[in-house]
Design a protein around this ligand. Structure first.
Ligand code: GLN
Length: 239
């Protein structure tokens, strides 16, 4: 089995293999057929410390099946698994709790390394908060963990108590038809740096509720709680 250097167009977490199957830097299972890379299986990890974990697992599995793709979806509770995955989801829940536990388990640093290596990461709701570089005053005061993977500032519980949970159709720049946004004590993004694409805004105040920076996607809402799988398909297509 001969390992050849990745071509300049190859993503940093992949590599080209002359024959057979090998795990490259633990990140991707690839297979070369006459000079063309082809993925033979994808492994998607869902951070499973707390929150809407199973719903993401279900959504991802059904998308893989619909796409006819071989792959697996694993729940990550401990150190040592992130680096074996081709994509990672950080679900909604309580960002303070998830942050504390991913740090304690040594997962936080692994996520930073994966982001650096170009692994697609999707953060939903609390997951979006964790992806941010900066938080609002309350976040600063409590000193809760932020992974700092995206050049955005977030505000927790941005939609107020009276509207803690609501649904709203969203115009996402990546889709033609509106997406059913499920918002549960949702955050929003209050500032984006250059290099961050805003994917959706909401309400009269045009709050930013979806954004992407390279391999990192942040959503203030819960796509896993609808039957609309377009976002999960979009995410899997990034692997
Ligand atoms: N309000 C929660 C937080 O600040 C996020 C809620 C959610 O993930 N649905 O962490």
């Amino acid at each position: 089995m001969v390992l050849v250097s990745p071509s300049p167009t190859t993503l940093s977490h992949t590599a080209t293999i002359r024959s057979g199957l090998i795990k490259v830097r633990n990140y991707c299972n690839l297979f070369e057929t006459r000079g063309k890379e082809r993925r033979i299986a994808v492994k998607i990890g869902v951070i499973g410390i707390q929150g809407a974990v199973d719903e993401h697992v279900k959504a991802l599995k059904s998308c893989l099946a619909e796409r006819g793709e071989r792959g697996e979806v694993v729940i990550i509770k401990h150190h040592g698994i992130v680096s074996t995955c081709d994509a990672i989801v950080i679900p909604g829940g309580e960002s303070t709790t998830i942050g504390r536990l991913i740090e304690r388990e040594g997962i936080a640093d692994e996520l930073r390394e994966a982001a650096e290596a170009g692994i697609p990461i999707l953060g939903t709701c609390a997951g979006m908060i964790l992806l941010a570089k900066e938080g609002d005053e309350a976040v600063k005061r409590t000193g809760q963990l932020l992974l700092g993977l995206m050049d955005v500032r977030v505000k927790r519980n941005a939609f107020g108590r009276q509207r803690e949970s609501f649904e709203a159709p969203l115009k996402l720049s990546i889709f033609d038809e509106p997406f059913p946004g499920v918002f549960i004590r949702a955050p929003c993004i209050t500032h984006v740096a250059a290099g961050v694409d805003v994917l959706a805004r909401l309400g009269a105040e045009d709050r930013i509720v979806a954004a992407r920076q390279g391999n990192i996607i942040a959503l203030a809402f819960h796509p896993e709680l609808t039957t609309d799988r377009r976002i999960h398909h979009y995410f899997i297509a990034q692997c």
